[in-house]
Design a protein around this ligand. Structure first.
Ligand SMILES: [Fe+2]
Length: 402
């Protein structure tokens, strides 16, 4: 196990109906809240109304910014930052999924630190601008996926260059996360499934990209994966299953909080590839992860076979004692699981061909490669590796045509 530091500074408030406590909590941070949320969706307006009602009942004035699109753009974040500064608000309340919470993080931290959101993201060897602080954030997740409600990260898209990147800052870790499974229960089945696969990927990224053994982290991760799989199957059958929604919501938060990576170093190569996919095409991040995941697992099975084999055995009941053989059974096991929950998807299914593979692979290298020109991962990832994963994601029909 590697030395580590970890803290979870966010106060998690979990339970059905706890959105009603938002106002009381917000009042502790100021009298005026800048409420960041998704573009209006008639079926979800009641969530915003509940949040605003709680804030107003507690005497908190609000300014609503309901303009955050999926995969939030730099333009939206910068517009939000300007609106926040003009509003005179003292805190940011984010009501929505990972896109909304990520945008809220940029608004809160860039309003404090100056410039544009894109100045702060990781971009190859460029030294990103440093945050000087952030306004307090209260996060109310309405989708279980990103875990953004308890961590320091945030992903944004530059729509002009079609690049998607991230920054992290402890300043903008939400002060409080109100995780109310009743809000999440109205999320459509397809979005729930996409989010569930994203959570799965968060749980396996560090597990499979570090050669270090950390049994405590492995067991925590395996336990969360098993709980996720059990409750995701339940909630996809009955979306109103509040208990299952709650279990997944907590898994989403803890699964990307650093708890899943204690004592092992690692990186997030599956995310690095996916980011470029959903920067080029109008896919949700979770759907992009679903598409990339099986081909990544197949292509890199020989990179760290003992880690692949451990996951295959402990989570998918693979019995083969030979690491190399067990490792190769992980991808088919995951495909079987994805099919069992109706989530198996290929690029071909999404109507995407090879037309942008070269540019997407170049962008992954441009943004995330080290001085050796390779992206850190289970083994250093080259452009050819990325192209092979993308080709492997095409699906049978497209591969035959290619
Ligand atoms: Fe993710």
């Amino acid at each position: 196990m590697q030395p580590f530091e970890w803290s979870l500074p966010t106060k998690m408030m979990f339970g059905p109906g706890r959105i009603g406590e938002l106002g009381k909590i917000a009042k502790g941070f100021g009298d005026k809240a800048f409420v960041v949320t998704f573009e209006p969706i008639p079926a979800a307006n009641w969530i915003i109304e509940k949040a605003l009602a709680s804030l107003h009942a507690a005497g908190v004035e609000t300014v609503l910014f309901d303009k955050v699109e999926p995969n939030p753009s730099v333009k939206t974040c910068d517009a939000g930052t300007a609106a926040f500064k003009a509003s005179g608000a003292q805190l940011v309340v984010a009501v929505g999924g990972g896109s909304v919470i990520d945008a809220a993080k940029y608004i809160s931290s860039v309003a404090h630190s100056g410039g544009s959101a894109w100045d702060y993201v990781v971009l190859n060897t460029r030294k990103p601008r440093e945050y000087t602080g952030a306004y307090p954030i209260i996060a109310v997740p309405t989708v279980s996926a990103a875990g953004s409600e308890v961590n320091a990260g945030g992903v944004i898209t530059n729509t002009e260059t079609k690049m998607k990147s991230f920054s992290r800052s402890p300043y903008r870790i939400p002060k409080v996360a109100i995780i109310d499974p009743e809000l999440i229960a109205s999320v459509p089945v397809a979005t729930t499934g996409d989010g569930g696969v994203d959570i799965f990927c968060h749980l396996i990224e560090h597990y499979l990209s570090s050669k270090d053994e950390s049994e405590i982290a492995d067991r925590l991760t395996e336990g969360m994966i098993l709980a996720l799989m059990e409750y995701l199957a339940r909630v996809l059958k009955d979306p109103k299953d509040i208990e299952a929604r709650g279990q997944i919501a907590v898994c989403a938060a803890l699964g990307w909080s650093g708890l899943q990576a204690l004592g092992r170093l690692g990186t997030i190569p599956i995310h690095f590839i996916e980011h470029q996919l959903s920067a080029y095409y109008p896919l949700s991040h979770g759907r992009g992860m679903t598409i990339i995941l099986p081909a990544y697992l197949a292509h890199f099975a020989d990179a760290l076979p003992h880690r692949w084999a451990k996951l295959a055995r402990r989570v998918f009941n693979v019995r083969d004692e030979d690491d190399a053989k067990a490792a190769r059974l992980l991808a088919p096991s995951v495909i079987t699981w994805l099919k069992s929950i109706g989530m198996y998807t290929t690029l071909g299914d999404a109507g995407i061909g090879m037309e942008n593979f070269d540019r997407m692979a170049d962008d992954v290298i441009t943004m995330y490669a080290g001085p050796d020109g390779k992206v850190p991962g289970a083994r250093p990832m080259t452009k050819d590796d990325i192209l092979a994963v993308l080709a492997g994601s095409l699906g049978p029909a497209r591969k035959a045509a290619a």
